[in-house]
Write a protein that binds this ligand. Sequence first.
Ligand code: DQA
Length: 139
Amino acid sequence: MVLNGPNLNLLGTREPDIYGTETLDDIAGRLEDEARELGVAVDLRQSNHEGHLVDWLHEAASVEARAVILNAAAYTHTSVALRDAVAAISVPVIEVHLSNPHARERFRHRSHISPVARGVIAGLGAEGYSLALRAAATL
Ligand code: DQA
């Protein structure tokens, strides 16, 4: 399961100097091709609502997803609820960011997700999702 948080539906036009010009649909299409080669299935979703992301993490556990790739976007820095949801499930969660939050504003330096994530990939653009998928397929 590949979960994306707020404003990531605007990828492609949203601050392209930071987030690149690929849309979330472009990323989804590429991940589907790569998943086929790896022999795994991907289910990519996006929501601007914190509770949807919490519900989907619970769903990942109930369907026994092999892994979750999570770009919680701004909720990374604010959401104890998402952190608790990640901690509550036994499905491994790989945190992904297109940009490198540590090289940006101070308020982006803290991630509530990182302490409970299996791994973190940041700053490599959309390629980070592909790297996470490759890692997820081995879990
Ligand atoms: C982001 C980084 C976050 O700080 C930001 O709020 C986002 C996107 C990234 O992918 O680089 O919305 O998660």
